[in-house]
Design a protein around this ligand. Sequence first.
Ligand SMILES: Nc1ncnc2c1ncn2[C@@H]1O[C@H](COP(=O)(O)OP(=O)(O)OP(=O)(O)O)[C@@H](O)[C@H]1O
Length: 515
Amino acid sequence: MNPARPLNADRLAGQAPARRAEAIIRVHGVTKRFGGAVALKDITMEFHPGEIHALMGMNGAGKSTLVKILSGAQNPDVGHLEINGQAHHLLNPRKSRLLGISMVPQRRELVMSLTVAENIMLGDLPRSGAMVAWREVREAAREALALLGLRIDVDQVAGDLTVAEQTMVEVAREVRRGGRVLILDEPTACLGTEAAEQVRTVVRRLRDNGVAVIYISHHIDEVIGLADRITTLRDGRLVKSVLAAETGEAEVVRDMVGRDVVSHRPRRGVRPGEVGLSVRDLSQGRLLDGFGVDVRRGEIVAVLGPAGDGQSRLFDLLSGRRRPSRGAMWVGGRPVPLGRVRKSLDSGLHCVTGDRRALGLVPGLSIDENLMLAIDRMEGRTLHLRDRLARRAAPLRERYRVVSLTSNPPVESLSGGNQQKVLLAKWLAAAPLACLLEDPTNGVDVAAMADIHVLVDKLAEQGAAVLLASSNAEEVMRLADRVIVVRDGRTVTEYEIDQITRDELIAAVLGGDVK
Ligand SMILES: Nc1ncnc2c1ncn2[C@@H]1O[C@H](COP(=O)(O)OP(=O)(O)OP(=O)(O)O)[C@@H](O)[C@H]1O
């Protein structure tokens, strides 16, 4: 087996080359089952160099299973892959990587305490005798970044980078290691408008350099604007593989869902009541400076900024995970000490994190256990009888449309979007007085997104004060009554939602002219 050749750095970036005759990967009749249930059924398709190929589909449609098979993390039960013209029936991650197939998963895999240069060169540090040749390490890392048109300081510690920069460093590392096929799993999830565009610029450049990019995203408008080809999966089957230029948003939604989906802003029946959540002068480092807001019960107020970072800091501070340098908070008129998770929770403020894997769900526990965790905690319940747990969890599963192939598996075996629904159900079902939602539809398909929007509407209607920290302008326009625009950690402006259009809002976030 020949290791994949690295990219030719001299190749000029330009227009996407026309689709070459030779596919780099052919998928032949692949079927994959989990415990008897079918996750992929008889998939046959091709991936070509110099093409951005988007995989679209509802939560649980089989996208991740397909890319896990390509990257050797799983093997098909039936069918095989053909890579560079050679048939492969059994791959493993090492083999797949040697064949030039790399994956940048949704969760960043950098070593956060190491520098950018060390991360890019990890496992391949140039040596001079017994010593690491640090100057060469930095040079080679700089070159890898320059190839993608990136100017990131290679001496910076990875943990200090923005999420978008971390994504790009991972991409640079994979390309340097010889990645000819790069799988990107929702690389723009939770990124603000500007950061997402930076990532897309890098993706286009990869395509222009001849890489076969496989792109998973739930943002249909993004995919239509970026991809060359779109393949839609539904219930593990391939529905259609078309040129992006020959389809449109409505058609993609229909292919994915099997019907049209609309998510309209409702006319709210109730008028907002007294203040449910009040924050004053909240400050921490350069990410948040003097943030304040009053959210009335029954009202949804959105915080929107160009980079997602300030928003997750808000989550850390309001939930009590971090102590601010200054600030004060009241829930339902009562002061709540900051920096104490228990106090924050007991006050009736529920914070739904955007990082469901690290902070939201408990891996190893079943779907039902995760669903009931918050309610049981509020009610001080410690005894769990299995059938009673299933009976209590059933209405939540139904209301939030949590779909699993088997009856009650560990939560981590759910598709990403279904995990997100479990997370929301867990916190919202416990009747919060006030609530912070951080990117509540992260990784969720269009139909589930419409469902979640209705659930958030209801939450407000039932009298919760909802603070929404979102990176998605469409979502803010759909849900919020008011929006606060934050830039460089400071509040720059505030709008009633009916005073502004979506485009004006994006301009305000990016710092351009609003009118
Ligand atoms: N290890 C596993 N054990 C059991 N079922 C699994 C496993 N991995 C995936 N599945 C199931 O296979 C189906 C396809 O899941 P997959 O993760 O491929 O969907 P997806 O299209 O990537 O969804 P999402 O957009 O939500 O990430 C789902 O019903 C999922 O629950």
